[in-house]
Design a protein around this ligand. Sequence first.
Ligand SMILES: Nc1ncnc2c1ncn2[C@@H]1O[C@H](COP(=O)(O)OP(=O)(O)O)[C@@H](O)[C@H]1O
Ligand SMILES: [Mg+2]
Length: 335
Amino acid sequence: MSEFAVEALNIVRTFKDNEVRALDDVTLHVPAREVFGLLGPNGSGKTTMIRILSTILSPTSGSATVNGFDVVKHPDEVRRSIGLAGQYATVDENLTGFENLRMIGSLNHLEKKFVVNRSRELLEQFGLTDAANRIAKTYSGGMRRRLDLAAALVANPPLLFLDEPTTGLDPQSRQDLWAIIETLVEGGTSVLLTTQYLEEADRLCKQLVVLDHGKIIAEGTSQELKTRLGNTVLSLSFANTADASHGAALLDGISSKPANVDGTVVEFTVERGPSAAADALRRIDAAGITLTGLTLREPSLDDVFLNLTGHKAEDAPSGAIDDAPKSRRARKARS
Ligand SMILES: Nc1ncnc2c1ncn2[C@@H]1O[C@H](COP(=O)(O)OP(=O)(O)O)[C@@H](O)[C@H]1O
Ligand SMILES: [Mg+2]
């Protein structure tokens, strides 16, 4: 049996008689008991991968095991060993929170008493006890997403697939969900999570794979990815240009790269944002200069894509002049 929660080897999935290559030779090794991230913009193939791993869709070629079971040869065993939740909550709007969970329990042929207890426990854990007897139609987006996640957990699966679990949620609901996911993993659950947000991957995932147009374009820890990206931008604003150039001189050596001075704003690319910011503040303060602003900018998914592919995370416009989209179009035309 594989030591990995998920092992996917050279997965290819095409649609429309090969016209669309949703996944193009993707290999994943998802370790047990941690959150593994599949990061990529819309249309990069994330959901297709989740659907293949949850046996909803078969791969065009390649193979995969989930909890040691082959997705093509043993789909029932795979399905029994996973939970699936995501962006498009599958809760029944006309049932209450409690009824939704009970229904999942009976679909899974679980013992009634177990399901009742488990449902109460999950509703409590996800802050839905007060709403347990209200129909889901009255729930907020964040509540629905939490109920959906609870539904995926009724059968207590060792492995969870979360397909963009926080897309479209407000910041507070997103934070709530992150905390829930962290608690689950502390309890021993393995999670494969897809996201469009580097911030989310950074917060939750030990390791990630970055997908673009069905291909892996980068993989590693989020720190490794960021280091490859040229790290964090420390941006300092001064009251006037004289202070700015004085400040830039004072901060010489804070970065291995030269300062970028633009009027009253001085920017540095730094490896450890917070300690560089503290160092900068000390030096500026000691010289008696007043800052009007200081920000640390983490690389965004856009920065990742720009850096790795030379184009933005959104689809390049048809008039784009960089090579990557052109070669893709050419490939599409050929196949
Ligand atoms: N059933 C399908 N038929 C045709 N094309 C599909 C189908 N499912 C997905 N695709 C295409 O495959 C690509 C990847 O889609 P998807 O896996 O949904 O990406 P993501 O989840 O990253 O947004 C997209 O170009 C999408 O249009
Ligand atoms: Mg998707």
